[in-house]
Design a protein around this ligand. Structure first.
Ligand code: NAD
Ligand code: UPG
Length: 445
């Protein structure tokens, strides 16, 4: 199938590369010429495991990038909209979605063939039917359901695992205004025959996406609140508590073989220094604002956000149990990205922690396997020293703060054993074995 994808960020590029790998003819469209040029040269503008390989394999055969939206829409049967949908402080900002809807509509005015416009960005319920559809109708002078269809297909990929997630999705949700639209979307996704598909209307598809993210964010804040209480008792470890909770068969089902499906921390019930990234914070805020606008307040989601906003500062409280005055004290920050496997620092809990350390006069030495170049855009030059290895980062540090669950940090106990006067490790992700370190503390301990 010939597909155009408008917006070539995490979602647009990963979708483009994967749909091309599955055999579709994909044109990725972006307004950012530099990004388009990089993609056409086989260089991914973002870091994602496996992306470069698939991009290099498909570019110039099944995949191309362009700034020419008109040509891309003219030449394709279906357009996926994958531009950003930020939170503007009050509500979801649909500016980019509206611009692209108008641009596509203007092309459809001159196109004779039936075309399907699919919103893949995360948008509040009603956006596809009540915002995108009328804009495309107005710009094209044509009727939805006749000349074109409108669909909604939320994306569930996780950064850092984006290619694997897209290629092996848990489910595919297809919303559409009518059967003709859905038939085109089903043809697009027929390349994933094994995957559960849910076909519905656009509003429900939009709501599924927000509900999924809000549930996961709620689980994290719930675990963090329990972790904070465990820590306040002084003698309960949240990791042991969660192990006990997980032995409930409803959470960890027992297979017929007798084997239990043991969840890892990625089940979102692991306490830590808070959730970040480009999705959970903004999506929970957008759904809460949407509820309030519809006179259906969402106090639970308000609490989820409040717990999360406070959580990074728990790292400082823990640190100050060991070093009360942080002035001129050398602190190693391990991990800058909001999660492992990515260089994305959007809403990373490391940001408020580093800012607070700097405000208290600490000397910050940070290390992240790949996100340093992003951190350099956030912190003023010279304020944060960047180490080029884990070993260098912890050298002469008086305390170590683990902010991101990079597997490389599992080497820490061995590295510290070699030191005479090892510093305390404050584990913001509870990834290390507390028995292995003489001086160890962490969230929920
Ligand atoms: N990042 C994720 O992991 C993820 C996962 C699932 C869903 N989502 C949702 O998908 C959407 C996109 O997120 P993202 O992280 O890929 O965003 P992003 O910011 O990485 O990428 C958006 C891209 O759109 C381009 N763009 C903006 N206006 C344009 C226009 N008029 N024409 C063409 N291109 C234009 C930008 O230049 C940018 O490259 C959001 O709604 C987000 O909530 C993101
Ligand atoms: O037990 C946990 C699990 C995660 N996190 C944090 O939660 C954030 C988000 O992690 P993750 O969900 O792995 O990454 P995202 O790439 O933000 O993916 C989420 O947001 C995407 C964008 O909407 C969705 O598509 C995905 O399904 C959804 O998991 C990160 O800061 C993690 O450190 C925790 O604090 N505790």
């Amino acid at each position: 199938m010939k597909v155009s994808i408008v917006g070539t960020g995490y979602v647009g590029l990963v979708s483009g590369v994967c749909l091309a790998e599955k055999g579709h003819q994909v044109t990725c469209v972006d307004i950012d010429q530099a990004k388009v040029d990089q993609i056409n040269q086989g260089i991914p503008p973002i870091y994602e495991d496996g992306l470069e390989e698939l991009l290099k394999k498909n570019i110039k055969t099944n995949l191309q990038a362009t700034t020419d939206l008109r040509q891309a829409v003219m030449d394709s049967q279906v357009s996926l909209i994958a531009v950003g949908t930020p939170f503007d402080g009050q509500e979801i900002d649909l500016r980019f979605i509206k611009t692209v809807a108008r641009q596509i509509g203007e092309v459809l005015k001159d196109k004779d063939d039936y075309h399907v416009v699919v919103v893949k960005s995360t948008v509040v319920p009603g956006t596809s039917d009540e915002v995108v559809l009328p804009i495309v109708e107005e710009a094209s002078g044509k009727k939805a359901g006749e000349a074109f269809g409108i669909g909604m297909n939320p994306e569930f990929l996780k950064e850092g695992e984006a290619i694997v997630d897209f290629m092996n999705p848990d489910r595919i949700v297809l919303g559409g205004i009518d059967q003709k639209t859905l038939a085109v979307m089903e043809e697009l996704y027929a390349v994933f025959p094994e995957v559960d598909q849910l076909t519905t209307n656009c509003k429900t598809a939009e709501m599924i996406k927000y509900t999924a993210n809000s549930l996961l964010a709620t689980m994290i804040s719930f675990s963090n609140e329990i972790g904070n209480l465990c820590a306040a008792t002084g003698s309960i470890d949240v990791v042991e508590v969660m192990k006990g909770v997980h032995l409930d068969k409803r959470l960890t089902p027992i297979l017929e073989t007798g084997e239990r499906i043991i969840p890892s921390f990625t089940t979102y019930l692991g306490a830590g220094c808070g959730f970040g990234g480009s999705c959970f914070p903004k999506d929970v805020k957008a759904l809460k604002a949407f509820g309030e606008q519809r006179l259906s307040p969402m106090p639970l989601l308000g609490a989820v956000l409040k717990v999360n906003a406070d959580q990074p500062y728990k790292m400082l409280t823990l640190l100050q149990k060991y070093v009360a005055d942080l002035a001129n004290v050398r602190i190693a920050i391990l991990g800058l990205a909001f999660k492992p496997g990515t260089d994305d620092m959007r809403e990373s809990p490391a940001i408020p922690v580093i800012n607070e350390l700097l405000a208290k006069g600490a000397v910050v030495q940070a290390y992240d396997p790949i996100a340093q170049h992003e951190a350099e855009k956030i912190f003023d030059a010279g304020k944060v020293a960047y180490a080029d290895s884990l070993e260098t980062a912890i050298k002469d540090a008086q305390a170590i703060l683990i902010m991101t669950r990079w597997s490389e940090f599992n080497a820490l106990p061995d590295l510290l054993k070699a030191l005479n006067n090892a510093p305390v490790v404050i584990d913001g992700r509870r990834m290390l074995d507390k028995q292995e370190l003489a001086k160890y503390d962490g969230i929920g301990l």
